[in-house]
Design a protein around this ligand. Structure first.
Ligand code: KG4
Ligand code: ZN
Length: 336
């Protein structure tokens, strides 16, 4: 069949990324310029700093993506871009660049929802089989998403307060771990034991929703109290206890969702999908309780924000001819 090449843009937060994706499931290039070093000293992403970095990086990243894929604009089938959810100033840089290239080269422009992009990153592992359930865990979102077919998303569970990644990053501050803290807490957790028995919020409730702010507060109170009485706590045990609570709740609600929604595959997606503890726990749970459901988890380098996932999502829209025109705008609060 024909070779369909999509030039895909991602700039919703603190990564400037451009990829060339072939037929929605093959990565020819995936350049990611991260700004983490610039935000670390502030303990989180500073929107003004982020958009300035995107402006500085975007043309370099486009050129690198085309060069690495060994293609020119003439080889492209379409241009795709994340238009939400995310930081408005950051999104606008990608949207403006994608529009400029689409119209200068007479290419269709495909708008992509960032969260759909995270889910479709699983296409680089294996073909998706529907219906499927996605556990979407990132810095801004924690959702269970039911997909009856490609392009159709139903949020069946959501967080009532903090996202899982956000909880990792806030707890990281108290532990003195630089932003984004997830990876380092994951590492520490594997060196410690679950000795603190932090709360598993909403575990017993009959719904598919999550809450992480109580866990975060319990963690912070424990550390502050120990500070006040001059007691020193094991960072490894704190990390292990926090991670055990997060993973327990995520696995428990996912299991509940799988009971309610019979599916062929479970897709783990978003930045927190890099978490080794979560990957192992889901793998074990499926093997024990749902041996017929296949777990699809992107490699760690594709769980964080990247252009390739946008290209994978855009290819579904290309097949449906869902294109945008020059009026496309950033939608910071975009939902499914
Ligand atoms: O999807 P993502 O790259 O950006 C958003 O769309 O939010 O997710 C970033 C989040 C951060 O909160 C980061 O701490 C978390 O993913 N994260 C992890 C791990 N690696 C990244 N959380 C837990 N364990 C990890 N190994
Ligand atoms: Zn993301």
């Amino acid at each position: 069949s024909e070779r369909e090449l999509i030039l895909a843009f991602e700039s919703s937060c603190d990564e400037t990324s451009v990829a060339v994706v072939e037929n929605g499931d093959t990565i020819l290039s995936n350049i990611i310029a991260t700004q983490i070093n610039s935000h670390q000293r502030f303990g989180g992403v500073v929107p003004e700093v982020a958009s300035r970095h995107h402006v500085e990086q975007i043309t370099l990243v486009i050129d690198a993506a085309l060069k690495e894929a060994d293609v020119t604009y003439d080889d492209l089938t379409a241009v795709a871009v994340t238009y939400g959810p995310g930081l408005v100033g950051s999104l606008l840089i990608g949207v403006s660049a994608a529009k400029a290239i689409a119209f200068a080269h007479h290419l269709p422009l495909i708008p992509v929802n960032h969260m759909a992009g995270h889910i479709y990153a699983a296409r680089f592992v294996k073909p998706l089989v529907y219906p499927l359930l996605a556990l979407l865990v990132s810095g801004g979102h924690t959702e269970l998403v039911y997909m009856p077919s490609a392009g159709h998303f139903e949020i069946v569970g959501d967080t009532r307060d903090d996202a899982a990644g956000e909880a990792y990053d806030k707890v990281g501050r108290v532990l003195g771990v630089p932003y984004p803290a997830g990876k380092e807490i994951d590492r520490l957790a594997h060196l410690g034991q679950d000795t603190f028995n932090f709360p598993r919020a909403m575990d017993k409730e009959d719904n598919l929703d999550f809450s992480f702010s109580g866990l975060k507060s319990a963690f912070i109170n424990t550390v502050h109290h120990a500070d006040q009485i001059g007691e020193s706590l094991s960072r490894e045990d704190l990390a292990a206890s926090f991670q055990a609570a997060v993973v327990d709740v995520l696995v428990h609600k996912t299991t509940k969702a799988l009971d309610e929604f019979p599916v062929k595959q479970l897709v783990l997606a978003g930045g927190v999908a890099a978490n080794q503890g979560l990957r192992e726990a889901l793998q074990n749970t499926l093997a024990d309780a749902f041996p017929d459901i296949e777990l699809v988890v992107p490699p760690v380098r594709l769980t964080g924000d990247n252009g390739a996932m946008v290209g994978a999502a855009a290819h579904i829209e290309l097949e449906k001819q869902h294109f945008a025109d020059e009026s496309l705008n950033a939608v910071p609060g975009l939902s499914f």
